[in-house]
Design a protein around this ligand. Structure first.
Ligand SMILES: [Zn+2]
Length: 280
């Protein structure tokens, strides 16, 4: 958390900054341990001030602000980071700010409760080296079913674990992986190399469906309340979760099974043992 739908919502929330010029950038004095800012705050400020924001994109679970000289400011929220344009949930966890002129937004803020996220300024070469190629796979909303199968079908890993591998496919995280597999009726521990072509197609189709619907609802705000959109409002997709964090509840698909929680690669997985059996 946050995953593709939440980060895409953050991106859309600051899109109005395109065309504005940066007047200041840097860490906000914060009582907590400072987040990683690369290069250091002074060097970053020197490089970005005066530059115009050309476009705002997303690479997997990162917001990427492309600047006119070709470099890009990358916000990586990791566990509890938020990209905001309105008052933050708390003052003490504000970590970084970008002041703007020439457009409707005065500032973009980066807030992070745990402080595990980071803000980095990357050159075009660093962007290629760090956020493309074999480091970050194709975006979950761009990849085709055939590409997805080709990238993952050799693996003996469980499909749920493979879906989280950002080098294979970028954007899907722990929450949405459980939701996607439940809609496909595929057991989360099913080995990738045993999945058939129809199952890859089903995973691809349901993945798009879940992610697009979650974007429409502006992401999922879980019980800890951490995730907020750029205006500091909760998302709405948590009300549509079918299995995630619903251990013991009746399965909404078959109305027979009760949702089970297991741990795969140190992460919680939720599924229905009735309609997601581990068989061919
Ligand atoms: Zn079921």
């Amino acid at each position: 958390m946050p995953e593709l739908p939440e980060v895409e919502t953050m991106r859309r929330g600051i899109l109005r900054a395109v065309g504005s010029r940066i007047t200041a950038a840097g860490r906000v004095p914060c009582p907590k341990r400072p987040i990683l800012v690369q290069p250091g705050p002074a060097a970053l400020q020197k490089k970005v001030v005066g530059q115009r924001i050309e476009s705002i994109g997303r690479v997997g679970k990162r917001v990427v602000i492309h600047l006119e000289k070709g470099d890009a400011l990358v916000f990586e929220p990791r566990m509890t980071g938020l990209v905001l344009v309105a008052d933050p949930p708390t003052r003490e966890h504000l970590r970084f700010r970008l002041d703007l002129k020439g457009g409707p937004l005065k500032s973009i803020w980066y807030w992070d409760r745990r402080g595990l996220g980071n803000v980095r300024l990357l050159s075009p070469k660093q962007l290629d080296e760090q956020l493309r190629g074999d480091k970050v796979g194709p975006d979950a909303l761009d990849i085709t079913a055939a590409q997805m199968q080709q990238r993952m079908e050799q693996s003996k890993r469980a499909i749920k674990v493979a879906l989280l591998d950002q080098r294979a496919l970028a954007g899907v995280g722990n929450l949405y992986a459980s939701e996607i597999l439940h809609l496909c009726g595929i057991h989360p521990a099913r080995r990738c190399d045993l999945l058939k072509i129809e199952q890859w197609e089903a995973i691809h189709c349901r993945m798009r469906q879940v992610l697009e619907l979650a974007i429409m609802h502006e992401g999922s705000t879980l019980s800890d309340g951490t995730y907020r959109n750029a205006l500091n409002k909760s998302g709405g997709y948590q009300n549509h979760h079918r299995v995630y964090d619903r251990e013991g509840e009746c399965c909404p698909t078959c109305n027979r099974g009760s949702i089970v929680r297991i741990v795969q690669a140190q992460r919680a997985t939720f599924y229905c043992p009735e309609c997601q059996r581990n068989r061919r």
